[in-house]
Design a protein around this ligand. Structure first.
Ligand code: ZN
Length: 302
């Protein structure tokens, strides 16, 4: 009896430990580096791909470390050096990472091509595909980017070494086209880099929450601020608080942020969407918002 009791207690303790001690390991791989510049900027004022990749990688890793617990971030590079593709793969496999995220910026001969893509080795790798879809969803629904979807080696007509040989859930994110003048400018702003990184962060967070429901990842309330840009669009105000997730906002396809004003006026609550670095960007956002039914929306500076 005593032995059985001991066994039961041991098993219970063991499973309890399993539930709480899981640390998810994620490898963040800033593509290229050192002598390998990746795609070159089309102007001397803009950064080359290797530099953009590292900036976005740091924002992503920073968000994970700030907002999540039980996640360990491992970088393949933290400065301007070139680890070979083989070394990047080895580092991820040797660390028994659970996720591998490679960060890149795209190029096309056609200057009008723009948008994000997330690559997986094969569409048969369901976990990688689900993760990639989640990232692309965040890009289009929350970050206002044009999503070109999830692609695999058949779309590319060749394999990507870092996706093929890593043993874990692996994606390669193409954050935008440096060959498109507007997107290149966006990628070169801290604002753009933060928005891109926070979309990847959200895709990552919802993926690990689904895959490890027994682990508590949230470190504290909060998430990367979406109104960090200089301009937002105020869509309405109200007397009583309306939930930010209320279906009334569905037609916007944007996340709504409610603020309570310190005022004696009746309409205390204001609702804002979007976050734009320039007034020009805010104007194009405003057009969309008005087309989606908010005719009285206007631009506000944050
Ligand atoms: Zn690249």
């Amino acid at each position: 009896m005593r032995i059985i009791l001991f066994l039961v207690i041991s098993i219970l303790t063991y499973s309890a430990n399993c539930q709480t001690s899981k640390t998810v390991k994620v490898v963040i791989d800033a593509g290229h580096g050192g002598s390998d510049h990746g795609n070159l900027a089309h102007s001397s004022q803009l950064l080359s791909e290797k530099e953009l990749n590292l900036k976005i990688a740091f924002f992503l890793g920073g968000y994970i470390e700030k907002y999540l617990q039980n996640v360990e971030v491992i970088y393949t590079r933290t400065k301007d050096v070139y680890p070979s593709l083989d070394e990047r793969v080895k580092k991820a496999n040797a660390n028994h990472a659970d996720y591998f995220i490679s960060i890149h910026c795209n190029h096309s001969e056609r200057k009008t091509v723009r948008g994000t893509e997330t690559h997986v080795h094969s569409m048969h790798l369901s976990k990688s595909v689900a993760f990639a879809k989640e990232i692309e969803k965040q890009f289009s629904a929350r970050a206002g980017r044009k999503s070109r979807g999830v692609k695999d080696m058949n779309d590319l007509q060749h394999t990507l070494q870092v996706l093929k040989y890593t043993n874990m859930t692996s994606v390669l994110v193409e954050c935008g086209f440096m060959s498109n003048a507007k997107e290149a400018r966006y990628l070169n702003t801290v604002y753009g880099q933060e928005i891109i990184a926070s979309a990847i962060f959200r895709g990552f967070r919802s993926t690990i929450e689904k895959e490890f429901p027994q682990v508590s990842f949230k470190r504290k309330k909060g998430q990367p601020q979406e109104t960090s840009g200089s301009y937002s669009i105020q869509i309405m105000s109200s007397i009583r608080a309306v939930d930010e997730k209320d279906p009334v906002f569905n037609s916007l396809k944007m996340s709504v942020i409610r603020t309570k004003l310190k005022t004696t006026r009746k309409y205390k609550y204001i609702y804002k969407v979007g976050s734009y670095a320039t007034r020009k960007d805010a104007k194009s956002g405003l057009k969309k918002v008005r087309n989606r039914g908010y005719k009285d929306a206007f631009i506000v500076s944050n």
